[in-house]
Design a protein around this ligand. Sequence first.
Ligand SMILES: Nc1nc2c(c(=O)[nH]1)N[C@H]1C(S)=C(S)[C@@H](COP(=O)(O)OP(=O)(O)OC[C@H]3O[C@@H](n4cnc5c(=O)[nH]c(N)nc54)[C@H](O)[C@@H]3O)O[C@H]1N2
Ligand SMILES: Nc1nc2c(c(=O)[nH]1)N[C@H]1C(S)=C(S)[C@@H](COP(=O)(O)OP(=O)(O)OC[C@H]3O[C@@H](n4cnc5c(=O)[nH]c(N)nc54)[C@H](O)[C@@H]3O)O[C@H]1N2
Ligand code: SF4
Ligand SMILES: [Mo]
Length: 885
Amino acid sequence: MSTEIKTTCPYCGVGCGVIARIDDNGTVSVKGDADHPANFGRLCSKGSALAETIDLDGRVLHPQINGERASWDKALDLVASRFSQTIAEHGPDSVAFYVSGQLLTEDYYIANKLMKGFIGSANIDTNSRLCMSSSVAGHKRAFGADTVPGTYEDIELADLVILTGSNLAWCHPVIYQRLAAAKAARPSMKIVVIDPRRTMTADIADLHLAIRPDGDVALFMGLLAHLAGTAAIDQNYIGKHTNGFAEAFAAASTLDIADLMELTGLPSMQLRQFFRLFEETEKVVTCYSQGVNQSASGTDKVNAIVNCHLATGRIGRPGMGPFSLTGQPNAMGGREVGGLANMLAAHMAIENPEDCDRVQRFWQSPDIARKAGLKAVDMFRAVADGRIKALWIMATNPVVSMPDADAVAAAIAACPFVVVSDVLQETDTTQYAHVLLPSLGWGEKDGTVTNSERRISRQRAFLDQPGEAKADWWQMAEVGRRMGFADEFSFPSAADVFAEHAALSAFENDGSRDFDIGAHARTDAATYDALAPFQWPQPEHAAAGITRFFGEGGFFHADRKARFIAVEVPVSDRTNTDFPLTLNTGRIRDQWHTMTRTGKSARLSAHIAEPFAEIHPRDAMEIGVASAALVEIESPYGTAVVRALVTDRQARGSLFVPMHWNDQFAAKARIDAVVAPLTDPVSGQPASKNVAVSARPLRVESYGFAVSFAKPQNLDTVYWALAKAIGGWRLELAFDAAPDSWTEWCRVHFGIPDHIEPLGYADAQSGDLRLAFFEGDRLLAAFFLARQPVAVARNWAIEQLAVRHTELAKRFAVVAGRPGAGRMDPGATVCSCFGVGVNQIVAAVRGGCHSVEAVGKDLNAGTNCGSCRAEIRGIIDGCLAAAAE
Ligand SMILES: Nc1nc2c(c(=O)[nH]1)N[C@H]1C(S)=C(S)[C@@H](COP(=O)(O)OP(=O)(O)OC[C@H]3O[C@@H](n4cnc5c(=O)[nH]c(N)nc54)[C@H](O)[C@@H]3O)O[C@H]1N2
Ligand SMILES: Nc1nc2c(c(=O)[nH]1)N[C@H]1C(S)=C(S)[C@@H](COP(=O)(O)OP(=O)(O)OC[C@H]3O[C@@H](n4cnc5c(=O)[nH]c(N)nc54)[C@H](O)[C@@H]3O)O[C@H]1N2
Ligand code: SF4
Ligand SMILES: [Mo]
């Protein structure tokens, strides 16, 4: 017997349906939900590994005050009284909430209601400021509301899909799979990828435009000017449904082809090819993500794109439209409840007094915020300079993810009262909490999320609630009650919160507000339980179905027309030659943000196990960093140390570093410590993709690699990076001086008992040293040291943690650091579902498997979630090209 529960993946904004299956013995496994309209059964590597991340290791299970266990009553009373007291003494703007697009809609609704309606301040902002706020601002300028017009189906129906500032293959893998399948079925479909880097996504592109950082506004201005002179322009749509075309066109036509080449860094041939493709293809969808949003010109980028769709009337019809891909599972739900400091609730505007009155009437609240609160970067500045004296951080890890992260850490450390609600005991942020509240995590909590295509799905609990952990909405509601608003925050369950949220969306809504889910205003426990995924809008009495906006106009400005925005080319402020390089930051396939969940999975950690900087071969040569050496990256704000990954996928003059690593997993790889707190002037979103930095090699005396059964403790070397491995941990190291005894060093950090003597090998001349500690036939730790980056077969070494070493010869093989005869080193993991390494794939290709399918037949690689198929194709192409030379 087993139970199956339908729920939604807690990672990216694709919002895939997941079926969790619990066996009688309590074992949980997950698979894709074939009935869910976002994924139709597909999952990516992260979704497939969900069951590996739900253990209670490292969880916070009881409330704590100053590090001491406390009861919920005591903790909540303290939070309520400190917030009330601070407000009484210093006014409502002296407190703040910093929340997250990973909260469920119900959590988010309560947080926003408490701050805006009852505390009476708009000082609630969210990590969506770092993620979606430029899209929100761009939508509001163009459409009069924060509306995503299209659906995922449009991406499949299009004849041209433009992906700009999106690494879809790694960040929205199931949309990528849907796109790849559509193209395979209909090869005439064209894909254009616009990204300074040649990413895995670029591998399915017919055209890759390696644009200069922040060249996007110019590119789409050029496109608008080009379209204006062609039959693609839709005068009828422009005339009937829009304003401001003449001004936008005039602004766009100031650039000639030479300007465009200069500003975008693209050859004229490619520019013309791109312009012509857009001109000649009616069904075009432009998907964009953080390469667009996270920029000092992010809002203008959004509007430059939207302008081209409005000018051609290619919006809101099947296969057509601009498409902002949301990052977090509930980025959209957060926008619906008004979780940003400059929004109100249910897509109503904080700057509109009628909206404020309406929300206040609905909430029957004593007060309502009537002006925007502080946006994330400004909020933490206000914490730093003492204007904000009480702060509640929920479901986000700002010490890792905020720009100028060291200053953010210092601000939080100095704040008189800090509450953190998280699922983990130890994160870079929880260490600063005066009150740490244990939250329920995925699988334990109930609520809803909205994905990129406006589809609302249930997350359902299928696990027992661990320890004393409680839902985030409950924590906030309890504090609201204790601050004196008992009636307004008495919600028996998440279903009641959802029903109130739905009712507010329909309240006095005559169709002038896009967000209306009035059909669900009477949701009760039973209907909530059974709620099937649905797309909004769904006003009362409206039937569920595929929904699109704006095909026939109907925008949300007062005149019901859209606005063209006359964007201008951003001025570059790169004058400081001390920081000549551009730092671009982003994501890798198998880690999620600050690694608090994906970092628990050995399988996911095997894909890329340490922080790195992609660097162009010529830049590497000029700076003097060899491949696999360590590189130190510096800006006026901070420094980071990561591994150099020399590759011509990276453009000259830029570095790419992932945002994931933090102080729990590496010595000094919080890249946001280096990122400047520069923001887009309209949206306030940080420009995390174009940061002026310098880079230099980090000179070290020796490099190390280790595998250890026990988690390595108290690491303090110039460089270390820790990752979970099957059977234990793997550790990359570098030393700037040798300790007195390497054996002792290993004992201390790997927890090796004194009675165990290592098997060892040392070569004083080369500096090579290897130590292996066995307890009986089991390997406890193996340590490899060299003057150059250590060349040991990593995955093979990790496997030694799990096998029995009964023969002495096998133990010596560990010291030798390489497999014995007849045993291949699998190499770095490419397919995390089946644990297939690069060396195995290369061998299969040499053995005659010349397609992704053939490799799949031979090794299973790429046949489950498919997230690695682009990489497998790359390996095949690389091998075949090498063979042809
Ligand atoms: N595996 C994984 N998936 C995730 C996440 C994760 O942590 N891990 N996080 C989720 C979240 S919250 C988000 S917001 C999304 C983000 O999803 P994406 O936006 O696709 O991911 P990023 O890697 O941040 O950035 C995308 C690309 O923008 C490019 N870029 C940089 N500068 C420019 C520029 O000036 N112009 C253009 N056109 N492109 C540029 C970068 O080179 C990068 O390849 O991913 C979601 N999915
Ligand atoms: N340099 C650079 N910086 C970036 C970005 C970038 O591309 N480059 N991207 C930005 C973007 S788009 C985003 S979205 C942010 C993401 O950055 P964060 O939001 O800081 O990243 P997460 O690791 O997702 O943090 C979520 C936290 O909530 C906890 N958590 C998990 N589930 C729950 C729950 O149910 N309840 C509670 N209370 N806590 C929970 C996790 O343990 C973790 O500590 O980073 C931003 N920062
Ligand atoms: S694409 Fe992957 S991470 Fe995103 S929702 Fe689907 S399974 Fe989860
Ligand atoms: Mo994000």
